[in-house]
Design a protein around this ligand. Structure first.
Ligand code: DHB
Length: 319
């Protein structure tokens, strides 16, 4: 039966906040999405959407280098929010609209008020489809991750939804304890959140160069966010848990963490993801990775007899 399906009959299209994406596979905010050229390259690729680097009010140089290191199993980074400032990413929205896919902006203000100001301003840009509000940057010295403070997250969402005119989603840090999943879910359940992206890097890991007997990145004495292979089980758990806890809502879960092939994407969707983002692997491979993962996922779906991601989304079984 499965062999009766042609690859042309398989669709990876999906919807986030009612917005259609031609493919459920796109870039994570962070790698290779900070400049106009990089965002255009994502536009020209098979990526199902274009997502900007997390933007602050003013341009930032970020932390000192080296600040990103790739290893066999993944990456460590402490970039420190280098970005061009939100206006550049907002002003690019008109030209990025030429690509047949939505443009999302990631927002990570340096303060409560900065987030509110940026989100208010973005109301003026027709071709920004939605905003991913970053509650989970681990790399700015002295700034805790908002998503680990449930009351602070609630206050920020109250302020943001008071001014927002566009769909707003959140980028969450990984949670590791059952009560923490429930506490964040009860915050999110009180707002009309369009999507939740699970997960950001696992914050404040440490990678060591044993020959030098040193850390491998300069900022924060070597502490940084971990991405790649090692974080996939944590990412899947977060996708699954939030899919289950927020399943009575219209919100989409977006899976991010450890995806480098079609089977990884399949696992995230099985846990409940409506779309998947590629971070460490995109940094390594560049824009061709979107087509490769797309082809691999389609082959898996053909083998299993699935025509669309809705045929298996969230249908992970217990044993
Ligand atoms: C940075 C890292 C993150 O994980 C994030 O969500 C936002 C910014 C950074 O260091 O630039």
């Amino acid at each position: 039966m499965s062999n009766d399906i042609s690859l042309n009959d398989i669709s990876l299209s999906t919807k986030i906040a009612g917005i259609a994406l031609p493919s459920c596979i796109y870039n994570a905010s962070g790698p290779l999405c900070s400049t106009a050229d990089e965002l255009h390259a994502i536009g020209k690729s098979a990526s199902g959407a274009i997502l900007s680097k997390s933007a602050t009010l003013a341009k930032r140089a970020g932390n000192p280098s080296p600040r990103y290191i790739d290893t066999k199993w993944g990456s460590i980074n402490s970039m420190g929010l280098p970005n061009e400032g939100y206006e550049l990413y907002a002003n690019l929205s008109n030209e990025l609209n030429a690509y047949d896919k939505p443009y999302f902006m990631s927002v990570s203000g340096m303060s409560f008020d900065e987030n509110v100001t940026i989100i208010k301003e973005l109301a003026n840009f027709e071709h920004i489809s939605a905003i991913e509000l970053n509650l989970s940057c681990p790399n700015v010295p002295g700034k805790p991750q908002a998503g680990y403070d449930f009351e602070q997250s609630r206050s920020l969402l109250e302020a943001v939804f008071a001014v927002a005119t566009k769909p707003i989603g959140v980028k969450l840090p990984p949670y590791f304890d059952m009560p923490h999943f429930e506490m964040m879910a009860s915050v999110l359940n009180d707002f009309p959140i369009a999507f939740a992206t699970c997960i950001n890097s696992i914050g404040n890991g440490l990678v060591i160069d044993t020959s030098l007997e040193s850390v491998v990145i300069k900022p924060k004495h070597g502490f940084g966010g971990i991405g790649g292979d090692f974080i996939k089980p944590t990412a899947l758990a977060n996708v699954r848990k939030f899919y289950t806890l927020l399943s009575d809502k219209k919100l989409a879960i977006i899976g991010c963490g450890g995806i480098k092939n079609g089977m990884d994407a399949f696992e995230h969707i099985l846990c409940g993801a409506s779309a998947v983002q590629i971070g460490t692997h995109f940094m390594r491979e560049g824009t061709p990775c979107f087509k490769t993962i797309e082809n691999e996922l389609k082959s898996i779906m053909k083998e299993k007899g699935y025509h669309s991601i809705d045929d298996f989304k969230g249908k992970l079984k217990d044993i």
